[in-house]
Design a protein around this ligand. Structure first.
Ligand code: SD4
Length: 306
């Protein structure tokens, strides 16, 4: 029996986001609307320095956001290096629905967002500015492993310790359709113009309504190199369970860059057409949130290689 509706998302902050998505799913809403609503909770959370407003800036002090969305028909939209707009996922959906394109970046993405009526905001909040100034003292770009179960509203660590907390969300609705969304401020103190995996269809997110959906979090460069989310979905097509598919994709990263893989975090999360889900990460500490009719706030510790 297919377990639906269901929504899952990366990290434990996914619980709050899933609840917003659930409001859409429980009244037989569309998975696409659910994931768009859901991830906006994380985008709006000022206590979360890795997504949306409040995100850590690049090394020059600009908060630049990446996001993408994909529906059950293979439609997709994406924005990268978007500044001044608090809800990049909503802009990505507009790119999908209102333009002949899939991806808009930088100035052009901002121009489009403003034309759509999104407000222009300063996204650099004082605590993130402080963290950036702290970072400037040494200017060492070194992604630090994910943080486990850390409260986002208190005890913000200096430097780039919140580096792996993109929200990726996957949903299967009452009608049996899949959609996904992914949104992030990217790696803290990245180079200006750097784009990670999160807005890249096939890397940070992929949805194939015949098979399943996948998303990723962690150091985007390694995910792009292996076209990670597409790989996970294709493995599920070949019969892999969501967890086995995620494991294989993570192992691919280890095989390609064994030394790098030991020092970084990457996690994949997958959901198939039957409502089965699973994850795998390079390192311990990766968690994800699951929301179904039975339980809305389940948090699961992901399995890991190292
Ligand atoms: C990126 N995958 O930009 C993202 C990083 C991440 O919070 O997970 N950041 O590479």
């Amino acid at each position: 029996k297919v377990k639906k509706p269901i929504v899952i998302s990366t990290w434990d902050f996914g619980v709050a986001a899933n609840k917003a998505a659930w409001e859409v799913l429980r009244v037989s809403g569309r998975a696409l609307d659910a994931v768009e609503q859901g991830v906006q909770v994380a985008e709006a959370d000022l206590g979360n320095p890795t997504v949306g407003k409040g995100g850590y800036p690049d090394r020059d002090g600009h908060v630049s956001l990446d996001a993408c969305i994909m529906d059950e028909l293979g439609n997709c939209g994406s924005v990268a290096a978007l500044e001044h707009i608090a809800h990049p996922i909503a802009v990505a959906r507009m790119v999908m629905e209102k333009t002949p394109h899939v991806m808009l970046v930088g100035e052009g993405a901002l121009q489009f967002a403003l034309e759509c009526g999104f407000p222009k905001e300063n996204l650099l909040i004082p605590s993130s500015e402080e963290a950036w100034k702290e970072w400037l003292k040494e200017k060492k770009y070194k992604p630090i492993m994910n943080i486990e179960n850390k409260s986002f509203n208190t005890d913000r660590l200096p430097g780039n310790q919140y580096n792996h907390d993109t929200i990726g969300m996957l949903a299967l609705d009452e009608a049996g359709n899949l959609s996904g969304a992914c949104t992030t401020s990217g790696m803290a103190f990245k180079m200006r113009g750097r784009v990670g995996d999160s807005p890249i269809i096939g890397a940070g997110l992929y949805v194939d309504n015949e098979v399943g959906a996948a998303t990723s979090t962690g150091v985007g460069e390694e995910v792009i190199r292996t076209v990670g989310s597409f790989l996970v979905v294709e493995l599920m097509r070949q019969g892999y369970s969501p967890e086995a598919a995620c494991k294989e994709a993570v192992q691919r990263i280890v095989k390609k860059k064994p030394e790098t893989a030991k020092q970084i975090q990457v996690g994949f999360l997958a959901l198939n057409k039957k409502g089965e889900y699973g994850s795998y990460a390079l390192q311990s500490g990766f968690t994800y949130a699951v929301c179904t009719a039975e339980k809305q706030d389940l948090v699961i510790k992901g399995k890991h290689i190292f």
